[in-house]
Design a protein around this ligand. Structure first.
Ligand SMILES: Cc1cc2nc3c(=O)[nH]c(=O)nc-3n(C[C@H](O)[C@H](O)[C@H](O)COP(=O)(O)OP(=O)(O)OC[C@H]3O[C@@H](n4cnc5c(N)ncnc54)[C@H](O)[C@@H]3O)c2cc1C
Length: 380
């Protein structure tokens, strides 16, 4: 057992860290305030291959392993979690179902375009199907040469920018996990429209929208997996997605720690830096220890995925530990900044807002606990 990144992983980390410092950090505050990502920043990310990180090289991707992917997401999230969620959704739940379950024709048709920067989104959540995703009612009716989709999805990350949507829908009149199918739907498909855009607390530069599907025709070749595989496709995509969200939270948590340390060393009260106070040191120690523990488990989940081994439990554990450690780190970072931490002049105010959703999306903490408990109860 060893705990070092290998040469390739280290090279990626250094390259992305440098990119984040030069290209993203200077814009992060403005992106949050104006709720936008400049087109030329997206173009630079495309030129660096960020949109095909996890895709096999034969389909135009970089084919990096999950640990490298996790490292990249942490570095990007340290600079801007709003920007990184665009990439995590694209590289995991938005594209993984195509890479893993698409036919060869579908892979050849879609993955190179995704790797080249045409953005992907994932649509499972509906107004009455959140944690209970199998309660979705969007319908998929079979026709002679494909499917017709009707319904609506909410909280679609990248929904406004996306060129592709992975959509979960069920045979009309059915209930439960079976009879759910997964499809890839292209933007511009007649009947697919963008509806309400959410005005969010954090991740403000990431777009989150509702979409409507009205008699949207989908070719048979766009079915991902077999008929009735949809729920399994979605859940396996979410296992990987949760590792990404764990590292998104770790990036925010590291930002909190780094900014808090810098501030504590320079802010003087009672004639000395507040970093010399044991209460401040206690907060810094807890932030560091909790983030490190979560990162170590996150690497284990990523490693298991790379070995092709089951990782549902470890991904859920990593997500819980990382998102809850980062949430506490954000609270400590604001506390260490005192009143200034409550103002937008300091980035910790943004981190505090951004981190909150990591305990909600891709499965709430409560749902992760159900997943972990179910696995443990099966094991023992
Ligand atoms: C910014 C943002 C981006 C998102 N991006 C996407 C996306 O790209 N694609 C997509 O499909 N979805 C996306 N989502 C949706 C997200 O995954 C859901 O919000 C999440 O799964 C929770 O569902 P819900 O909001 O309906 O909450 P609910 O399911 O209504 O849950 C409400 C509360 O009840 C708790 N609860 C529910 N059931 C149980 C239970 N059985 N046991 C214990 N507690 C329970 C929950 O933990 C939560 O605390 C996004 C959400 C947000 C906020």
């Amino acid at each position: 057992m060893h705990f070092d990144l290998d040469e390739n992983q280290t090279m990626f980390r250094d390259m992305v860290r440098d990119f984040a410092r030069k290209e993203i950090m200077p814009l992060a505050h403005r992106m949050d305030q104006e709720a936008m990502i400049p087109a030329d920043l997206i173009a630079k990310m495309r030129d660096n291959g960020f949109f095909g990180l996890t895709f096999p090289q034969e389909y135009g991707g970089l084919g990096v392993d999950t640990i490298t992917y996790a490292v990249v997401i942490e570095e990007l999230s340290r600079a801007s979690a709003g920007l990184s969620v665009m990439l995590t959704v694209h590289n995991s739940v938005g594209s993984y179902p195509v890479a893993m379950y698409g036919s060869e024709a579908a892979r050849r048709a879609f993955l190179p375009r995704m790797a080249a920067g045409e953005i992907a989104a994932f649509c499972i959540t509906e107004p009455n199907a959140g944690s209970d995703a199998a309660a979705l009612v969007t319908s998929a009716r079979r026709t002679a040469d494909g499917w017709v989709l009707n319904g609506g999805k909410v909280f679609v990350t990248n929904g406004e920018r996306a060129a592709f949507y992975v959509v979960l829908a069920r045979t009309p009149g059915t209930t439960g996990h079976k009879d759910i199918h997964a499809f890839i739907v292209e933007r511009g498909a007649p009947g697919l429209t963008i509806a309400k855009k959410e005005d969010k607390m954090g991740l403000r530069c990431s777009d989150t929208v509702a979409i409507n599907l009205e008699d949207v025709q989908v070719p048979a070749a766009n079915l991902l997996g077999k008929e009735g595989d949809g729920f399994r496709v979605a859940m396996s995509a979410l296992d990987g997605g949760r590792i990404g969200i764990a590292f998104q939270a770790l990036g925010i948590g590291r930002a909190c720690l780094e900014d808090a340390v810098r501030y504590a060393k320079t802010r003087e009260q009672f004639g000395k830096p507040i970093a010399s106070l044991s209460v401040i040191q206690g907060m810094i120690a807890d932030m560091g220890a909790e983030l490190e523990a979560a990162r170590t488990l996150g690497y284990k989940a990523a490693w298991l995925k790379d070995q092709g081994r089951p990782h549902t439990k470890e991904a859920a554990m990593a997500k819980i530990l990382a998102t809850e450690a980062a949430w506490r780190a954000a609270d400590c970072a604001v506390q260490i900044h005192g009143g200034y931490g409550y103002c937008k002049e300091y980035d910790v105010e943004r981190y505090y807002r951004d981190v909150r959703v990591t305990r909600i999306y891709e499965g709430t903490s409560e749902i992760q606990r159900l997943v972990i408990a179910r696995k443990i109860l099966e094991e023992y």
